[in-house]
Design a protein. Sequence first.
Length: 211
Amino acid sequence: MSDKNSVLKNLDYTFIFARSPESWSSSHLYYEHWIAAQTKIIHLAKRCQSLDSDGITVYLASSPFIKHQDTEVIKLAKLFQMKNPPETMDLVNSLEDAINDHFQSKNTKKTKNGDIILVLLDKISNEQESLINLIIDTTKKIDFISDRENSYRLGISFLQVGEDLDTKEFLTYLDNRLVEVGAKSDIVDTKLWYEIKQKSLVDVLNCCLED
């Protein structure tokens, strides 16, 4: 097994499905993007499941959120096929719960070397400030170790489906600017759909852990 795969095998994986309600309409600009993204994302989730011995965690970022722990890829696949999607989405509470799980598992030594949280979304409307504050506060709780082989990792990766410009600009800010405004370290990675298509699954996951 390569070094990259060894690192990835010692992590827990969480998927947060935060598709906007309007994008479920076949007339919406990003409807076809979600159709095209489904296969690649499911393959990515299968890869994560093979690396996570106790199963992946899957959230539907509805209000209130729905959470499936220690589960299989089928739970994520079913979200793509929903007939009655939620009317409102709440990404912040889902992400906060996943982050809390990270620290709880770390404190009780239930997990190995950390977590990768993958957020699947097409649009962020009114949660920008709350997300910034949540991520900054999270970095202040992490005990960073200079030796990356022994450090306890938390990576948050936003995978944007579609090309909403305001969302792209905000996610770029999360990726590149949070240290400037108080974050202790860069734990965020963002990717547009066309970038995800061009990368291998292992490269997508490793990007989540790179500062």
